[in-house]
Design a binder for this molecule. Structure first.
Ligand SMILES: Nc1ncnc2c1ncn2[C@@H]1O[C@H](COP(=O)(O)OP(=O)(O)O)[C@@H](O)[C@H]1O
Ligand SMILES: N[C@@H](CCC(=O)OP(=O)(O)O)C(=O)O
Length: 369
């Protein structure tokens, strides 16, 4: 899938494009990107924008703290920069845009995730451009995604996009960081994201970027497993957008999986984070390596952490191997109670009398890392 034959595109814009000199938002690169968005929409494509840059855009409002990079200050910069950034985007368009600010706390809760999906779909139906960013001003370590590459992939999956376009400050993925190695070679196409691909990726070297190539590859893995073609391109160059509109690849394209994951399994694997763990006996672990099987209480050897009914949990072997993510039909509290009953009284039959702790359709088997 390329831009010219796509139906719904998520475009992610890195901070360096928004505030290249960290002196407020600049139109220098955004004008070309805005024109690209306008042209995509004119071609009948739906566009969702994930825009980084609130911290970079807001930093000039705190001149005396230029060298202070405390989390508290960054949140204040984000809060102030976000309005400046939205106002800048809005100036380029003669159609309405809408701001959605998210944390991982929102995305990993299935009810809120579905509510985000509905909002995005309703905005698109009404011709309104959703502009999404992490809600940096309120988020905490526990609640944040932490980088907009991964956020954009979660948004692309939630929006049922067919293309994710990450606009950065380099031409694409190189075999090593091109800002540190003159002989770095651009990789035009990645058909499988292996450890070798991760090994090529270094951190951000700019003042404003977060995550560098590593988070872009993580994002590509999330998106391609949902069947979404993923591009990393250079947002500084006008020719990038001409080439994309012509159906060409001006950077690196990550090919989508032939058989994409089912939506709920994708959400569990790539968006939800586990609230606790269920350790399973060897016989069940062996079956699970082959295919998803309902988990009965009698196959559980330990329950770790506190989780409620419907929470996502990690299924592990007794040796610590990660087997699957799953949503549980029972809370950790009830499972611990049943285990205690089995040990201390004759009520062991209680374990057999309850239904599966995890149902077959709620299991996402993890690939071996
Ligand atoms: N193998 C690589 N190929 C390309 N860029 C790389 C690589 N390893 C590290 N980088 C760095 O990643 C940066 C892009 O990531 P980042 O600064 O986070 O940008 P953005 O703001 O667009 O998310 C590049 O400027 C480069 O310094
Ligand atoms: N949410 C942050 C962006 C974090 C981020 O991932 O930045 P970038 O690496 O430039 O895409 C902000 O708006 O400043």
């Amino acid at each position: 899938m390329n831009i010219s034959n796509s139906r719904r595109i998520v475009i992610k814009i890195g901070s360096a494009l928004i505030a290249p000199d960290q002196d407020g938002c600049r139109a220098r690169y955004l004008l070309t990107i805005a024109q690209f968005i306008v042209r995509c929409r004119a071609m009948g494509k739906e566009v969702v924008l994930v825009s980084s840059g609130s911290v970079a855009a807001g930093s000039h409002l705190f001149p005396e703290d230029a060298k202070n990079s405390s989390v508290v200050l960054k949140k204040a910069m984000a809060a102030a920069g976000q309005t400046e950034m939205m106002a800048t985007w809005d100036r380029f368009f003669d159609f309405p845009s809408a701001q959605i600010l998210l944390t991982h706390g929102d995305l990993r809760d299935l009810e809120r995730y579905n509510s985000i999906r509905e909002t995005i779909f309703t905005l698109l139906e009404h011709g309104i451009l959703p502009i999404i960013n992490e809600n940096d001003a309120v988020t905490t370590d526990e609640l944040k995604v932490g980088d907009n590459d991964n956020l954009s992939a979660m948004v692309a999956a939630a929006a049922d996009a067919d293309v994710l376009l990450m606009c950065s400050d380099v031409d694409g993925l190189y075999d090593k960081n091109p800002n540190l190695h003159e002989d770095a070679q651009l990789i035009p196409q990645v058909s499988e994201i292996s450890e070798d691909i991760y090994a090529m990726a270094g951190c951000a070297t700019s003042q404003v970027g977060t995550g560098g190539m590593k988070t872009k590859i993580e994002a590509a893995e999330k998106a391609t497993s949902h069947g979404i073609s993923t591009y990393i391109v250079n947002g500084f160059k006008e020719s990038t957008f001409e080439q994309l509109l012509a159906g060409n690849n001006p950077g690196t394209v990550f090919l989508p999986y032939d058989v994409p994951m089912h939506s709920q399994q994708h959400w569990m694997t790539h968006t939800a984070s586990e609230q606790g763990e269920i350790i399973v006996e060897h016989s069940y672990a062996e079956e699970l390596k082959d295919h998803a099987e309902p988990l009965g209480a009698e196959n559980i050897s330990d329950v770790r952490g506190e989780f409620a009914v419907g929470d996502t949990i990690l299924v592990r072997t007794e040796k610590g191997e990660r087997l699957a993510k799953a949503t549980t039909n029972y809370s950790s509290c009830l499972l611990n109670f049943l285990a205690e009953q089995e040990q201390t009284s004759d009520n062991g039959h209680l374990q057999e009398s309850i239904g599966p702790v995890i149902s077959e359709q709620d299991i996402a088997i993890l690939e071996k890392s």
